[in-house]
Design a protein around this ligand. Structure first.
Ligand code: ADP
Ligand code: MG
Length: 396
């Protein structure tokens, strides 16, 4: 079983359906961040240059809960894409039905149509068989470039694919799979994982799957406090998950048995109340005052983590080191991001908030790969099979 890439299939004169992830942020009907659109351009341009007739694009946008919602129409996206391509992009007023099928049939080479928000129909997320067929009849070739939706078994990512014999991964999808597989299957050692963010519970699966692979774990974010508290140390008012203490200890034991090392922060930026204006102090782990909370890793921890990062040949980072959306608590995340940017290791960053932080710091170009799918990359790193990827497999 293998997955074909777009360039391996003959598109000439065929209707080509590309599932993209155009779930972009909008403000007053205008796309305010076109990253997701730009990242799909290699696939779109290839399809247009290789004879797709026409190119049919489909995406979800936001959470319209199965109802038509004019605020969540893809019209701003087709306008934005049209501007980038310098080509008319027809905005369909629905994504299935006879009218749409006729409209597509009347189109030809070098023409693009963007179907209306798939999630206006509750059948999309329900992976309804009838709806899947209605999507499948629109096309002859199926391409999936929406890595960000690959962990969902929806009609446009799984259901319709069964009805089409020619299917392939788009270039963005391929890139995501290649990097994440390299991390999991053939990581050059030492392999280091930087894990942070809000909750241990969100990252348990990743830690467990990486315990067999990575030799070093650098823990930060609120997650660190669950680990520290589990060992019996005080963490003041820092955010912890009490029901995860046992699990944290178990992971500690497991890592020791496997010969890997889990690093916890040795110092912290603490505040008395969660407010960017609040007075901050930097304290050692044993000195966190009982009424204060940890909001970032401290400078000594950044120094230690940066040193470990320089030893790694493979790096994966998921989850910020502190409440980095508040500038005074973003230094730890910045320090780690800069260390990864300096490193020559293969570096992959996944997770919505971590990726946003790296982009904001202007360091995205310095990473080997920035994953476009928060939930999808997390599930991939957990070792799960993603339904949207599995659906693309063919026997050849
Ligand atoms: P990602 O999206 O990269 O996977 P998460 O969603 O797991 O990351 O975590 C990001 C969130 O974690 C941010 O909203 C941040 O405010 C929060 N966070 C990080 N450190 C702390 C902390 N010390 N205390 C409370 N929240 C934290
Ligand atoms: Mg997040």
């Amino acid at each position: 079983m293998c997955i074909l890439t777009l360039e391996q299939i003959d598109l000439r004169g065929k209707r080509v359906f590309v599932r993209v992830d155009f779930n972009v942020p909008l403000k007053k009907g205008v796309v305010i961040d076109d990253t997701r659109i730009v990242e799909t351009l290699p696939t779109i341009r290839h399809a247009l240059d290789h004879g797709a007739a026409p190119l049919i694009l489909a995406s979800h946008l936001g959470r319209p809960k199965g109802k038509r919602d004019p605020e969540l129409s893809l019209l701003p996206v087709s306008k934005c894409l049209s501007g980038i391509l310098g080509l008319e992009v027809i905005q369909a007023d629905d994504c299935v039905g006879e009218g749409i099928a006729k409209q597509i049939e009347s189109m030809g080479e070098k023409q693009v149509i963007l179907l209306e928000n798939l999630r206006f129909h509750p059948e999309e997320e329900a992976n309804d068989e009838g709806f899947a067929k209605a999507l499948a009849v629109l096309t002859e070739i199926y391409v999936n470039d929406a890595f960000g939706a690959a962990h969902r078994a929806h009609a446009s990512t799984v259901g319709m694919v069964r009805h089409l014999s020619t299917k392939a991964a788009g270039f963005l999808m391929k890139k995501e799979i290649d990097y994440l597989e390299r991390i999991l299957r053939h990581p050059e050692k030492p392999f280091l994982a930087v894990l942070g963010g809000a909750k241990v519970s969100d990252k348990i699966g990743v830690i467990q799957n990486l315990l067999d692979r990575a030799s070093t774990f650098l823990i930060g974010g609120a997650m660190a406090y669950t680990f520290i508290r589990a060992t019996g140390e005080g963490v003041g008012k820092s955010k912890v998950e009490e029901d995860k203490f046992a699990l944290a200890l178990q992971m500690y034991e497991e890592s020791r048995a496997k010969g890997s090392r889990i690093f916890l922060p040795v110092d912290h930026v603490v505040v008395e109340r969660l407010d960017p204006e609040a007075t901050t102090r930097v304290v050692a782990t044993s000195d966190i005052p009982s009424e204060w909370m940890g909001v970032d890793i401290g400078p000594e921890t950044v120094r230690q983590y940066a040193e470990e990062i320089q030893k790694a040949r493979t790096l994966v980072w998921n989850g910020p080191m502190g409440i980095c959306e508040m500038a005074p608590f973003s230094q730890g995340t910045r320090g780690v991001a800069e260390a990864i940017a300096r490193s020559r290791a293969l570096s992959v960053v996944g997770g919505g908030d971590s990726v946003a932080a790296v982009r904001k710091l202007g360091l995205a170009e310095k990473m080997s790969h920035i994953s476009t799918g928060g939930g999808a990359s997390l599930e991939f790193l957990e070792g799960k099979q993603l339904p949207g990827i599995e659906a693309l497999r063919v026997d050849i």
